[in-house]
Write a protein that binds this ligand. Structure first.
Ligand code: SDX
Length: 429
């Protein structure tokens, strides 16, 4: 608690509310007693000024373009670590020792297979089903198979569910991709590292040897690190809210996947690539920039803007560097989409409208080009985002469950509907 109280004058009465200081970042005013003291609610659609919880996991400074996982800058983790090390850090709060990392990697590796009967679920979908629809369905169905890790009051079961989710999401994502493209399912190979295994399950086929390109596997791993967690974004808040009712972890993650799918959130990487393809050439950029500025046109530049970052998204810079590494490794020279992206970024960063509204490229702007170069169809982009974000959702869900102050989330409203009125029988209407 800090020693300053916030004072609010409402209806001629002054009420005081305690304030709290974080380790870094904005203070908060604890308004949990506001309704009891004043009979009024706060009103904050979109939660632009609302801290929904206390957390020790991820910190974002939107003005400075800073992103920390458990205090470590994303740039250092992406350059020096690997995704499973980041998973350990997000889950347990500290970087693992060598022995801890080996044990964690072993546990994740030995949970990558899906219950064989679940493979039948995939064949129930149309081949052209969007892979995100498949992922929502399969992840929600995990609670029908893994009953021994759904009791959220048991720390051991919570840990097993966490490991299972991190381990099985690449397998589910790869199965959804293989089903989508009509190729046979490929099983995980335990001798491969996490991201190499994922590329193997997606791109190898039974009829020939498949050698994972280590540079592409490293790029995939870095993309997973960049997407692992991001404070209380929409999908994480969805997982926390679902979890606050006591729902099982698989159901909560399925809810997070559904929320992430939206084009304003995780669906933006797919939408950004589709937008670049629609723009098609550099000379059409001004037409689209004008549409983005037009208040009467709902069009927005996908991959630009962010609720928190009012500076460059630090992940976008690393994503841009990774994009060039992948294109160079694959010998993709003048990619027309990259040409449009680079020119669109240059224009947007110099245009007064975007500067005034602090609209910078976000992580989704470059991830689509990179994922397309790696061989994924645009429909798989948000699936990969969900794969990586699962550890963040799980870590935030665990933190919420373990928080002694946590209770079911139940926001109130400003009611502007009809006042009470009596029923009118049909004959009299
Ligand atoms: C992710 O929250 C997270 O952390 C999310 C995420 C994560 O890791 O979990 O970072 C992942 O979701 C990244 C964001 C991906 N979405 C997109 O790229 C879609 C395009 N961006 C916009 O839809 C928008 O910028 C949001 C949704 C990201 C943020 O919207 P806000 O904070 O609600 O801001 P806003 O809609 O109120 O916009 C502020 C102004 C508006 O103009 P005015 O009404 O003030 O005149 O900026 C304009 C908007 O019209 N604006 C844009 C724009 N984004 C905002 N104008 C043109 N193009 C855009 N992309």
């Amino acid at each position: 608690m800090s020693d300053q109280n916030a004072k609010l004058e409402l209806g001629g009465k002054i009420s005081e509310f305690p304030t709290r200081k974080g380790t870094i970042g904005p203070d908060v005013v604890d308004i949990s007693s506001l309704y009891a003291k004043t009979g009024a609610f706060t009103y904050d659609p979109g939660f632009t000024s609302t801290a929904s919880c206390e957390s020790k996991i991820t910190y974002i400074d939107g003005d400075e373009g800073v992103l920390l996982y458990r205090g470590y800058p994303i740039e250092q983790l992406a350059e020096q670590g690997d995704f499973l090390e980041t998973c350990y850090l997000l889950l347990y709060g500290e970087l693992p020792t060598k022995a801890q990392k080996e044990d964690f990697d072993y546990r994740v590796t030995h949970h990558t297979m899906l219950h064989e009967q679940m493979l039948k679920f995939f064949t129930g979908f149309r081949r052209d089903a969007h892979p995100m629809a498949v992922m929502c369905g399969i992840v929600g169905a995990l609670s029908a198979f893994y009953h021994d890790s759904t009791d959220i009051s048991d720390p051991h079961q919570r840990m097993v569910a966490s490991i299972r989710m991190i381990a099985k999401m690449p397998t589910i994502a790869a199965l959804a991709y293989k089903y989508h493209v009509g190729q046979p399912f490929m099983y995980p190979k335990n001798q491969l590292d996490y991201s190499s295994n994922f590329l193997h399950m997606c791109f190898s086929v039974p009829c020939e040897e498949y050698k994972v390109n280590p540079i592409l596997a490293r790029a995939m791993d870095r993309i997973f690190i960049l997407h692992a967690d991001h404070e209380q974004n929409a999908s994480t808040s969805t997982v926390r809210l679902a979890g606050s009712s006591g729902a099982n972890p698989f159901a909560c993650i399925a809810a997070g996947i559904a929320c992430l799918w939206g084009p304003a959130h995780g669906g933006a990487n797919e939408a950004a690539l589709n937008m670049l393809a629609e723009i098609g050439s550099v000379d059409r950029i001004p037409e689209f920039v004008a549409r983005a500025k037009d208040k009467n046109d709902p069009f927005r530049l996908m991959g630009f803007g962010h609720r928190v970052y009012k500076n460059y998204d630090p992940r976008a810079k690393i994503m841009q560097k990774t994009c060039h590494e992948v294109l160079n490794e694959l010998g993709i020279k003048d990619d027309p989409l990259l040409e449009v992206a680079l020119e669109l970024e240059r224009i947007a960063l110099t245009d007064p409208y975007f500067i005034e509204k602090k609209l910078y490229p976000n992580i989704d702007f470059y991830s689509g080009i990179t994922l397309k170069a790696l061989g994924f169809p645009t429909t798989m982009f948000t699936v990969l985002f969900a794969l990586a974000r699962t550890v963040g959702w799980i870590a935030q869900w665990s933190e919420m469950i373990e928080d002694p102050a946590q209770k079911i989330g139940r926001p109130r409203q400003l009611y502007t509907g009809a006042p009470q009125r009596d029923y009118v029988p049909l004959a009299k209407r």
